[in-house]
Design a protein around this ligand. Structure first.
Ligand code: COA
Length: 448
């Protein structure tokens, strides 16, 4: 049973009132955007095993109170393992799927049943001075999932391991419309009354796509990392599929990446894989511009890359009007050619739609983002944000701790994205020397 977490006076004074008000205002646009949106949230059973259920329930309750419609699917792998160990039944996985004989199924049912009760109990809390005070959250479970057996594959009979055949969309919608949180266990039922053990990420993906959810969020106890061990913030489907193939088949993260790709392919606009070990991970992913997890989308980000000599003409064409109207400092072809290694471009079907340069100031561990532009016909579609995320990643890879920009017309765009106003004195010495006092550009810095 989860224990209640009291909010003490000390917690309340940690944040300065001004910061608190600013924080609340910053969050407001997300609250408006997500109101009435449907999120399917699944978590690895490890999160619950490690004592994270109560905090996750607090966070889900908060989302619910802000008008989001939630389906919650807690994974149960370690809990099933514990039940199997108690009964001295060996655990067997083939191709990432648990071979579920009758005895194993009993352990699965026991683990999922106990977990469901713990989740329902956690949502029922309402003690004063806890994040659940005043909440009246109703959680509904049921036979919403029809499953069929995995069957016999390559001579292996998976017995009571199943895959989703149908999600009862109407029944789930009815509950969501009535203001309930829908709680699903990784179990499905056949028309003949049999119970099947499902993979949590697969179930989450099937539910998200069939109820047309706005987001699939999977809390994974393993992070999405690149080959240098750095967190990856965004992947397109092809990149996610490539990454997935490097992980062992029974790995929860691999199954989550695969489920995320399936959901996005089936029309879910965004899937997020969020670190389960991070307290408040779901909130940070949803309400912070940069998020803390990895977002998987359909759109190929592959065209977002470092510039090559072939891109010179496209960049010149893109920035010429901005140089003419004074938005960007004129560079000229030769200077641009020499600076090409600092540039990144966003290319689609052979056309350069966006560019930005990252000038390093290695001694100061700082970088300048400059010549940032998106084709006017493509502005307002989030390409600028993606380009900035790419530049930030590039800067981090190059060991930079801070990113700065000089701008005359785009101050608010940068402020909205976490840049803070700064002065010439905050720039690296070498950059201060060439600051153009006539242009009077405003300076903004972001810590990376
Ligand atoms: C600034 C720029 C790169 C943003 O690219 P983008 O792809 O349109 O950016 P996104 O789609 O991620 O963001 C769009 C949002 O930025 C806002 N925005 C666009 N230009 C802005 C500006 N100059 N100041 C403040 N906000 C701006 C849009 O209104 C939109 O707001 P919304 O999301 O609330 O509707 C692009 O507008 C551009 O190329 N501008 C001209 C060049 C320039 O000013 N470069 C910066 C030089 S330092």
């Amino acid at each position: 049973m989860p224990t209640s977490k009291l909010i003490t006076e000390n917690d309340a004074v940690e944040l300065h009132p001004k910061q608190f008000v600013q924080w609340l205002r910053d969050v407001a646009p997300y609250v408006h955007t997500f109101h009435n949106k449907t999120f399917v949230i699944a978590c690895a059973g490890e999160l619950i095993e490690n004592g994270g259920l109560e905090d996750l329930v607090f966070d889900i309750s908060l989302l619910k109170a802000m008008g989001m419609r939630i389906v919650f699917i807690p994974g149960a792998r370690p809990q099933i393992e514990a039940q199997l160990a108690l009964r001295q039944i060996p655990s067997e996985f083939v191709n990432g799927i648990r071979v579920t004989n009758a005895a194993t199924l009993e352990a699965v049912k026991e683990a999922c049943g106990a977990l469901r009760l713990s989740v329902e109990a956690a949502f029922s809390q309402g003690l004063p001075n806890t994040p659940m005070a005043g909440s009246s959250i109703h959680v509904v479970s049921g036979n919403f999932i029809t499953a069929k057996p995995v069957g016999v594959l390559d001579g292996v009979d998976y017995q009571h391991a199943g895959v989703v055949r149908k999600v009862n969309r109407e029944a789930i919608e009815t509950q969501l419309n009535a203001g309930q949180i829908v709680l699903l266990s990784p179990l499905g039922f056949s028309p003949t009354g049999e119970v099947f053990n499902l993979l949590t990420p697969d179930l989450a993906s099937a539910v998200a796509s069939q109820i047309h959810a706005d987001k699939l969020i999977i809390l994974s106890h393993e992070d999405v990392l690149d080959e240098h061990g750095e967190p990856i913030q965004a992947l397109d489907i092809r990149q996610a599929e490539t990454l997935e193939t490097h992980l062992p088949v029974e790995n929860f993260l691999r199954q989550s990446l695969s489920a995320a790709c399936d959901a996005v392919n089936a029309g879910v606009p965004r899937a997020h894989i969020v670190p389960a070990k991070l307290d408040g991970g779901v909130l940070l992913e949803l309400f912070q511009h940069d998020g803390v997890g990895c977002m998987i989308t359909q759109n190929s980000l592959e065209s977002l890359r470092e510039a090559t000599a072939e891109d010179l003409g496209g960049i010149l064409q893109l920035i010429a009007p901005l140089e003419q109207d004074g938005t960007l400092v004129p560079r000229g072809r030769e200077k641009l050619e020499a600076e090409l290694p600092f540039f990144s471009v966003l290319e689609y079907d052979g056309i350069i739609l966006g560019c930005a340069a990252l000038y390093p100031f290695k001694e100061d561990h700082m970088g300048e983002m400059a010549c940032f532009s998106i084709d006017p016909s493509m502005q307002g579609m989030g390409l600028g944000e993606r380009m900035m995320a790419h530049i930030e990643n590039r800067a981090r890879r190059e060991g930079m701790k801070e990113l700065f920009v000089l701008t005359t017309r785009t101050a608010h765009w940068f402020i909205k994205r976490g840049f803070m106003p700064a002065t010439v004195n905050d720039l690296p010495d070498n950059r201060q020397k060439i600051y153009n006092w006539q242009r009077k550009s405003q300076i903004f810095i972001k810590k990376l």
